[in-house]
Structures are given as C-alpha cells and as structure tokens.
Write a protein that binds this ligand. Structure first.
Ligand code: PBG
Length: 341
C-alpha cells in the first residue's frame, strides 16, 4: 500500500467511521445494497412415477422425490409462499431408459404428465423443464453416443428438439437446455417458433461446468450408477475457464435464449458477475445439489448454522449480479422470509 493511501485513510478518521452505519439493525437494513426476495427463488423438484410415492434423497437432507399427486400440494405451498417457478426433474424408471434416450420424446413420459397436471391444477406458477438426455439414457450421458462412446452432437440436437417440443406442448413455460451440445438453443428456438409456441422461454444453461458438485443430484435422479467410463468433460465446461463462459453466453443469446444460467453457483460467482456486467440479460445461478448438501451436512453436524449459511450463500448470488437462484432450499427460505427472520 502506498503512503498516500494510508495517509488519506488516517486523515479521514474519525470523520469517516465505517462502523457508524452498522450499529443498529434498522440502519443496517436501510443501507443494505442487496436483498433476498422470494421472487428470486426457483425451486427444483424431483418427480417419481406412480402414486402416493415419497422417497428421501440420502445425500440431500430435507429433499424428497415425490409422485405427481404428492408434488401438487408441495407446489401449491410454494406458489402460496410466492415462489415464482419450479424446475421439474423426472426420476425415470430404469425400464424406460435406453441407449438412445427416446423416452425423452414421449409426450406421455413422466415429466410431460407432471407438467400437464401442475398446469391444470396450479396454472399461475411457472414451470421450467430441463432439456438433456441423461435421465433417459442407459449410459447416463446428456447426448447420444457412437460405438466408441463419443458424443454425437448433431444427431443429439434432433432428439433435444423433439424433447423440447413435447415438453412445451405439455405446457412447460421455460425450456432449460442443460445438455451443453453446440447449437442446441438455435434449433430449439426455431422449432418452437415453427410450432407457434412463440412465448415459450428458453433459459439456457449457458455456462455449465463439468463439476463434482452434481454428485447428489445424480443420486436423486438415478443417473450416477449408469454414468460409465467417460465423464462429461467433452461437453460441459472446464472449471479453469472464464472467458469461454462469455462466448457460450453470447452464442446462446444470438441463438435465441431469453435468459442464461451459470452452474454450479457459489464457486462460479465471478462468472455470474462477468455475464451480468457484460450482457445485462436476465442471469440466473444454480445452487446445485453438492452446494446444498455441503451446507446441510455441516449444519446437521453442528459445525455451522445451516439456515444462516444458506441465506448468506443466496444473498451472495444477488450481490454477484444474479436475478434469481435455483435452490433446493427455496421453500425453507421463502418461509423464513415470510416470518421476517
Ligand atoms: C442434467 C442435469 C444435471 C444437473 C441439472 N441437470 C446433472 C449433470 O449434468 O450431470 C445438476 C443439478 C444439481 O446438481 O443440483 N443434465
């Protein structure tokens, strides 16, 4: 530090005391630059086949997979708390998985049935649907593979387009491609336009990293055990890269994305900030399963205050420039916000 800087600090004291505004709750609230609001929360939920089915996710304490009939009251509650949207993920029965993941394009598949039922019963909550083949492929990859196990990018686009159309036709409001194939946003946008589904939004997982933090999610949807040999590094981004995320965002916007997402969340707050500053578009962050699991595990062990750590993490997304966060804690946090905790 230069001597001028330290002199000017000294000179300003005691005129400037940074601690003055921090003295009381009212003044801290008054000068707060960012605030977490229920409208910032998107709640990811896991749908099970069958009826009256409820299963805990071992690696995500407090998260349950539910059949559609049980999801309805849970989503009702979320809506009543003011949560604007849910993100639906199907737990596909093994019998419906195949090498080509064709169940993804079945208009009667679990996720399409869930969308139709939710839209019918709770029309005023937004529904976000993931587009990627991993819940449907026996190998657990997001795209089609050739015999050597390499991803067939362009062939995969056809399936993703059909998957998007059946989901949009079922009533999904926001198509969220999480597959990271090149060119997918453009072909999906064209197909939606050609089908007259012009108001269906695309939230692209623009900067999705090949991350170890997805572990608990893969347990939840049952894609971990099936993911053989090769990881997802040939399509998901290298955690070492930042500039590349901006190129991904630029492409997805040019191809017709309405909003973009960064995933995982907390280890990538610099990316959120760069995207928000660089593009000024609706920017979301996904606080992924591993982030949720870490905070809960430490909280349950009494190593930190889990509720406070969660709120702090979510506020950090806002400070970094995110317009909203996908979080498994959405309902818990919405309840706390309502109680004014
Ligand atoms: C599937 C998908 C994944 C997640 C969301 N969509 C897993 C993956 O890419 O392997 C992860 C979400 C989470 O960890 O919470 N394409």
């Amino acid at each position: 530090m230069s001597s001028t800087t330290s002199t000017s600090y000294t000179a300003s004291f005691p005129k400037t005391r940074m601690r003055r505004n921090r003295q009381d709750l009212w003044s801290r609230r008054m000068v707060a630059e960012h605030r977490l609001d229920t409208a910032d929360l998107i709640w990811p939920v896991f749908a099970l086949d069958g009826e009256n089915q409820r299963e805990a996710v071992q690696s995500m304490p407090g998260v349950e997979r539910m059949s559609i009939d049980l999801l309805l009251p849970a989503i009702h509650e979320a809506r009543d708390l003011g949560i604007p949207a849910v993100a639906l993920f199907p737990v596909t029965p093994v019998a419906f998985k195949s090498d080509d993941g064709i169940e993804a394009t079945n208009p009667e598949n679990l996720v399409c049935r869930a969308v139709r039922t939710i839209k019918e019963q709770i029309p005023d909550i937004g529904i976000v649907c993931d587009v990627a083949l991993d819940p449907y492929t026996s190998h657990g990859h997001d795209g089609l593979l050739n015999e050597q196990g390499d991803i067939l990018n362009d062939e995969t686009l056809h399936v993703l387009t059909k998957q998007s159309l059946v989901q949009a036709e079922a009533g999904c409001d926001v198509i969220a491609p999480s597959d990271m194939m090149d060119g997918r946003v453009g072909v999906i946008r064209n197909a939606l336009e050609e089908s007259g589904l012009v108001n269906v939004k695309i939230m692209s997982y623009a900067a999705k990293y090949a991350s170890a933090y997805y572990g608990p999610f893969r347990d939840a949807v049952g894609s971990a055990g099936t993911l053989k040999s090769k990881g997802k590094q040939s399509y998901q981004m290298d955690p070492a890269n930042g500039d590349e995320a901006l190129r991904e965002v630029a492409l997805d916007l040019a191809e017709g994305a309405d909003m973009v997402m960064v995933k995982p969340g907390m280890p990538y707050l610099d990316i959120v900030r760069r995207i928000k500053d660089g593009f000024g578009v609706p920017t979301f962050a996904y606080q992924v399963s591993g982030e949720y699991a870490m905070i809960h595990a430490a909280g349950r062990n009494g190593w930190l205050d889990g509720d406070k750590a969660m709120t702090e993490a979510l506020l950090a997304f806002k400070r970094a420039g995110a317009d909203g966060v996908l979080t498994y804690a959405a309902v818990d946090i919405a309840k706390q916000l309502k109680e004014g905790v």
